[in-house]
Design a protein around this ligand. Structure first.
Ligand SMILES: C[S@@+](CC[C@H](N)C(=O)[O-])C[C@H]1O[C@@H](n2cnc3c(N)ncnc32)[C@H](O)[C@@H]1O
Length: 208
């Protein structure tokens, strides 16, 4: 059962503005429009992708997210929702994988396998659009209270982010640093790397 903070976060973000990275990424997807939204939250990106003509597979570890999205998109056959984590989700083939502010919470031990699954599910020339938490973010600090939201925090520095994209061509790499307040009104320093990249046309790397 989701805590109050998570419900408030989903309330505050369900109709949030679509980030420019995603509109940019969508413009780089070819004719086949199949997207996966990893950690789909309240469904803002699903709504946008569906409106852009995508079949969308959304998954999230939170029952609150998936029950909201099931209700929100109940009349849309082209939106498939699963309650799953990064490592339990069965990734269908896709031309776009979105992971906006969700890999922040992937348990470190699961990341390598999740990242491989994302790579493998993408068709050649498929697009990844997502973000990674930097070390100067409030959430990366020792004093950050992890109990209200998701307990695992995964931090990357710029070199580490660039390294995991060695099998992609990076189209857009932006380091975001700012200070302000969260949708719940709490002071926060943000440090985020957002990336849009194209899978290189290599053979499958599963057994490499
Ligand atoms: C900051 S929210 C972002 C939600 C959405 N992507 C957005 O941008 O509006 C992070 C999301 O990741 C989900 N999440 C956290 N840990 C996860 C995990 N291990 N596997 C899948 N989703 C996870 C949360 O439930 C939450 O919906």
């Amino acid at each position: 059962m989701a805590g109050q903070e998570i419900k408030e976060y989903f309330n505050a973000t369900e109709n949030r503005e679509i980030r420019s990275d995603l509109t940019f990424a969508v413009n780089h997807v070819g004719d086949l429009k199949i997207a996966i939204d990893c950690g789909c939250g309240a469904g803002a990106d699903i709504q946008y992708l569906s409106a852009m003509g995508f079949k969308v597979y959304g998954f999230d570890i939170e029952d609150e997210s998936i029950s909201r999205c099931k209700n929100r998109f109940k009349n849309n056959q082209d939106i498939v929702l699963s309650q799953a984590g990064f490592n339990s989700f069965e990734y269908p083939r896709a031309s776009l994988v979105v992971a906006d502010a969700s890999l922040f919470f992937c348990p470190k031990i699961d990341f390598e396998s999740a990242w491989r699954s994302i790579y493998e599910c993408l068709y050649p020339k498929g697009i990844f659009c997502g973000s990674f938490l930097g070390p100067d973010d409030t959430m990366a600090g020792l004093e950050y209270d992890k109990s209200a939201f998701w307990p695992d925090i995964l931090i990357f520095d710029e070199k580490e982010v660039r390294e995991i994209f060695k099998d992609y061509e990076i189209f857009r790499f932006i380091e975001h640093k700012s200070s302000g307040k969260t949708p719940q009104g709490i002071a926060h320093d943000w440090h985020i790397f957002s990336v849009v990249a194209k899978k290189l046309n290599n053979s499958c790397k599963k057994n490499a």
